[in-house]
Design a protein around this ligand. Structure first.
Ligand code: PMP
Length: 408
């Protein structure tokens, strides 16, 4: 395969031309949200200039065009995830809504008091709190898969957590806080052997590696468009067809019914429409399709390989900084470098490095239990995307050293 043309890629991202506080922007907050290429940005102008219409109910040209484009993204996502059927793809606002959909619909229909859901210590709050809400409402029990000192899930402990009451494993594919890549295929096999389902939060995996839900044998898989070079407001829940078929709707309204009556029971639409009540984020979903096409054009394997090179160089460079501790040292990591510095508050580092044009994130990364386990309340996190360069990593490292010198 030809080498990645990073300059050519960067030219497609207008935001990368920005200056921040008089410095060229170095955007290392890609795990929070990635930037969008022109092809995605242009989709909005095109949609609102030419065929803005509500979908699925029109019998007019604009409605047909909007519906076709919206539904075309479903095919694109099906291929992106390696799913068998397009009806297994449900559009949501993002990963959070996808997980909440499963909790509300599948959870309420299938879980009873005393049933157990396993989550991992590496989870984002969006894959913890929906299950805690169900614990409060239904009396289910949420159990936690522990991690070792590298931030790697303890698979022996995972196996030992199962009981005959275990109904679901909810785990991320890649940790947003540490970058750990979890062995979800193996975890799915274990879950299925024990009669449980597995829901995988793929928010941080989708931008970095090839996903194949059938190879993993995922029952549910969620991701967000805005972390894969797409817009906010559009995300995906994949669910196996037979599971989605059996699940009740979670929101009622237009678009999700076949017939509504006060006299006989209302009949719901077939999947996936049963789970897409109301007018969706039409332009966003169409733009998500454009983003995934863009990713496919660049090549997800090449994107992952380039980010691995960036991560390696950044890890080597910051490791030389006195008093800097990297959190998350798993052998298999994607795109994320989390660290704390002795004698320097993470927030001060992030604020000062922003003055030099470098955008990194500080805070708990919506993973408070994980950070508490490692004895910190916040880390600095640099996270990479395909348009980042080794030169940016060098500038970042120098800026970091300078900033640490200022605050210590
Ligand atoms: N899970 C993980 C691992 C994430 O990184 C994120 C976003 N930070 C989410 C879930 C939530 O995604 P969203 O806010 O797009 O719903």
């Amino acid at each position: 395969a030809p080498a990645l043309d990073v300059a050519g890629i960067r030219a497609q991202f207008p935001i990368l031309e920005r200056q921040v506080h008089g410095h060229p922007l170095i955007y290392f907050d890609n795990a929070a949200t990635s930037q969008t290429p022109l092809a995605v940005i242009d989709t909005f102008r095109d949609y609102y200039s030419r065929y803005n219409a509500n979908i699925h109910r029109g019998l007019h040209t604009l409605a047909d065009e909007a519906t076709a484009a919206y539904e075309a993204t479903r095919d694109t996502v099906r291929a992106f995830l390696g799913a068998a059927e397009r009806r297994e793809i449900v559009f949501t606002r993002g990963t959070t809504e996808a997980i909440n959909l499963v909790a509300h619909s599948w959870g309420r229909a299938n879980l009873k008091e005393g049933d157990e859901v396993l989550v991992s210590l590496l989870e984002h709050h969006s894959n913890i709190v929906p299950w805690q809400l169900l614990a409060g409402q239904l009396g289910i029990v949420v159990k936690v898969i522990p991690v070792d000192e590298r931030g790697v899930l303890d698979l022996d402990a995972y196996r030992a957590l199962f009981t005959e009451r275990t109904k679901l494993v909810a785990v991320n594919h890649v940790s947003n806080a540490f970058g750990t890549v979890n062995p979800v295929r193996e975890m799915a096999t274990v879950a299925h052997e024990r009669g449980a389902l597995i829901l995988i939060d793929g928010a941080q995996a989708a931008p970095h590696q090839k996903i194949d839900v059938r190879e993993i044998d995922a029952d549910f898989y969620a991701f967000s468009g805005h972390k894969v070079y797409g817009p906010t407001g559009a995300g995906v829940l994949y669910g196996k067809a037979e599971l989605l078929e059996a699940m009740p709707p979670w929101q009622g309204g237009g678009e999700m019914i076949k017939s509504v009556s006060f006299d006989v029971p209302t009949i719901f639409a077939d999947v996936p429409h049963k789970f897409e009540a109301g007018t969706p984020a039409i332009a966003e979903v169409i733009a998500l399709g454009v983003a995934l096409d863009w990713v496919a054009d660049v090549g997800i394997e090449r994107i992952g390989a380039w980010e691995a090179a960036l991560l390696q160089q950044a890890t080597d460079a910051v490791s030389r900084i006195d008093g800097l501790r990297i959190l998350g040292t798993a052998p298999d990591k994607a795109g994320v470098l989390s660290f704390v510095v002795e004698g320097a508050h993470s927030q001060d580092i992030a604020l000062l490095i922003d003055q030099l044009g470098v955008a990194i994130r500080t805070g708990n990364h919506c993973a408070q239990p994980l950070l508490a386990h490692f004895g910190v309340t916040a880390t600095c996190r640099a996270s990479f995307a395909v348009y980042n360069t080794l030169e940016e990593v060098e500038i970042f490292t120098a800026a970091l050293e300078r900033v640490i010198g200022m605050v210590r």
